[in-house]
Design a protein around this ligand. Sequence first.
Ligand code: ZN
Length: 429
Amino acid sequence: MTKTFLSLFLGFSVCTSGYCQSFEEFFADKTLRADYLFTGNKKNQSVVLDELKSMDGWAGRRSNLDKLPLSGNGQLTMVDKATGVVIYRTSFSSLFQEWLGENEAETLSKGYENTFLMPFPKKEALVTVELFNARHEVSASFTHTVRPDDILIKKIGAKNVTDHKYLLNNGSSEKCIDVVIMAEGYTKDEMQTFYSDAQKACDAIFSHSPFKENMKHFNVVAVASESADSGVSIPRENVWKSTAVSSHFDTFYSDRYLTSSSVNDIHDLLAGIPYEHIIILANTDTYGGGGIYNSFTLTTAHHSKFEPVVVHEFGHSFGGLADEYAYTDAPSPLYPYDVEPWEQNITTLVDFESKWSDMLPKGFASPTKITKDNYSSTEALGVYEGAGYSMKGIYRPVPDCRMRTNEAKAFCPVCQRALQRLIDFYTEK
Ligand SMILES: [Zn+2]
């Protein structure tokens, strides 16, 4: 997995497949939206198609189309049916795969919505969705045909577009990375509060390197998705509300974990707006949130730690970064000790060469000790034990980082490099 990551970045300036694939050759300037259900339990998982939709315009990347940004916990591959050429790939993580780590998944089967956007193929194409387990083995695979003239591909986004306002507008969606910030649990009367919360989130992200230096590559749109009720659902207090994307705390019975299972609703509310990365702000002062790689960030806007948390969660959802914190001696089911995680900012040392070894002096002694001088440093690069939820056997690059605590001042150099590589990947001409 990690080898693939390295080679794709080394292969940037050459066309590895022998010719340069141009966007226009295979794609119309339209978006294909595929709504899937990921279903099953700990033993067996499957992916099924719910519905295909189409929208005018394609806001995603137009280069590196057949390459992966990161390995992810799942991958989507589109192949031109006639020639077998890979024409688009992307990767993701999912709430469903997180749920598979819960005890409940031993005895219960469930289904989770997952939606992906891809450029609209000009000719018949095959789309394959694969899910991986924690050992990076394929745990589910599903392939379906997309016929561009299929009359049942539902056209959306032409009318009734949700009210929105650009907070950052640096050019066309073709050139820029398009981030949307959506309202959740804000009534019509509370939209001014939402716009000011969205501005705070935007400012917080772009006060961090490397986003700060790359601002010109981003558009940020605040989307005023209205809710009937103010606030969000808190099941442990028997509080259920009617909100734009039906988010709730107590996901997997964990108090702070705020998520939404209504992924189709999220995307329906964004139809007609160019978007690639989604941040949802919940109108509540209760602490909580979550970020899932290439899915969405959902966090609460009126908690005192709102700003560091929204940036941390965006580190997950945009950057595919892992949590650098740890709270238990036991190994996490997500990160077996004998598998190198695909996330760039943690390591089991199984394949440290694929991580930040090149940023350390040769013969660097690991693990690095925390001292009274370096304990809060976000820059003292080394190999510190404790990351990915486990205090033993998994290592992080620095004592502290935005991906570890809310008090950290910045992303560490390894996280910054990983984010910069992604920004380059998405915006390279
Ligand atoms: Zn970091």
